[in-house]
Each structure stands twice: as structure tokens, then as C-alpha cells.
Design a protein around this ligand. Structure first.
Ligand code: HEC
Length: 154
């Protein structure tokens, strides 16, 4: 009897575990991780933006570090963080549109364009504030271009 009810309990736990995983959406870790990379871009870009606007004093060395961080993050292979079935129709916590996975999607090209812009920014960031501003404009445009096509609007 005891034995049987333990099996029943284990089965019930497994079922509720599966239900819980479903509520959190599929690929929860991958979604969190890719959003984390995006937020890492953002925090470094904000550091640079504050210098460009004069909210914080321009610091060539700090600007170079922030820009290099973006380049380094953009060189991570995060393809495994974009599994099929992790779009905003399937997952409550993501804003990634199904277009990411659609036939003919140019997300790879948009990602390459961002990498190029990040390298250009890193080359300019430590020069002076005017060069920094130009670099930020280029990178910001590349971020926005991808978000327009592949991220659910606010
Ligand atoms: C190749 C496409 C692409 C590029 C390039 C890109 N993003 Fe994103 N970004 C996305 C997608 C898709 C999402 C939605 C991800 C999700 O919710 O799962 C996103 C989400 C975000 C988020 C929200 C993260 C969260 O916590 O929900 C921020 C912030 C962000 N991006 C910043 C940036 C910045 C800054 C850049 C440029 C330096 C950038 N992104 C470049 C596609 C891109």
C-alpha cells in the first residue's frame, strides 16, 4: 500500500513539474541567457551614451573598455540560445518574434552588421568624444534595425 502511494506521489510530482515547466514557457534558460547578453550590450552602451551626452565626463580608457566589451559579447556564439519554439507566441517572457526563425530571415546579416558597427565603435571610442558619438550612432542604428524586424514592439 505504502509502496503504491509513493509511486502515485512520484507520478503526481512529475506531472506538476511538467506543468510548471510549461507555465514558465519552453527554453526558459535560453531566453534568460539571450536577454542577458542583450542587457550586457545595453549597459555598456549606456556608459558610452552618458559620456557622449556629457552626463559623465569623457574618459578615453573607460570608453574603450565599454566598447571592447560590446565587441567581445558580440563575438560569442549564442546560436544555441535561439532554439525553434522560443518565440513570443510560445513563451510568455520573450519578445522575440517568430520572424527570427522564418524562412529567409536575415537575422544573421543584421547580427553581422552589428558586429561591424561594434568594431568601428571600439576603434573610435578611445579617440575623442566626437568620434565616440559617431561610433555610437552607427551601433545604435544596427541594434535598432534588428529590433525593428525581430523584437516585439514595446
Ligand atoms: C540580430 C538581432 C539583434 C541585434 C543586432 C540586437 N538585438 Fe537586442 N534583441 C533582439 C531580440 C530578438 C530581442 C528579444 C529577445 C527576447 O526577448 O528573447 C532583443 C532584446 C533586447 C533587449 C531587451 C532584453 C530583455 O531583458 O528583455 C535589450 C535591452 C536589447 N535587445 C539591447 C540591444 C542592444 C543595445 C543592441 C546593440 C548593441 C542589440 N540589442 C542588438 C535582437 C537583436
Amino acid at each position: 500500500m505504502v509502496h503504491k502511494s509513493l509511486i502515485g506521489l512520484a507520478a503526481a510530482l512529475m506531472v506538476s513539474g511538467a506543468a510548471m515547466a510549461q507555465d514558465d514557457g519552453p527554453h526558459k534558460m535560453q531566453v534568460k541567457a539571450r536577454q542577458g547578453v542583450m542587457n550586457y550590450y545595453q549597459i555598456n552602451l549606456m556608459t558610452l551614451g552618458a559620456m557622449a551626452k556629457g552626463d559623465t565626463p569623457y574618459d578615453a580608457a573607460a570608453a574603450k573598455v565599454a566598447a571592447d566589451n560590446i565587441v567581445a559579447a558580440s563575438n560569442l556564439d549564442i546560436s544555441m540560445l535561439w532554439p525553434q519554439g522560443s518565440d513570443n507566441g510560445a513563451h510568455p517572457a520573450t519578445r522575440a518574434l517568430p520572424a527570427v526563425w522564418a524562412e529567409g530571415s536575415d537575422i544573421g546579416a543584421k547580427s553581422d552588421a552589428m558586429k561591424k558597427a561594434a568594431v568601428a565603435l571600439a576603434a573610435a571610442a578611445g579617440t575623442d568624444v566626437e568620434a565616440l558619438k559617431t561610433g555610437i550612432d552607427g551601433l545604435g542604428a544596427a541594434c535598432t534595425a534588428c529590433h525593428k524586424s525581430f523584437r516585439q514592439a514595446d
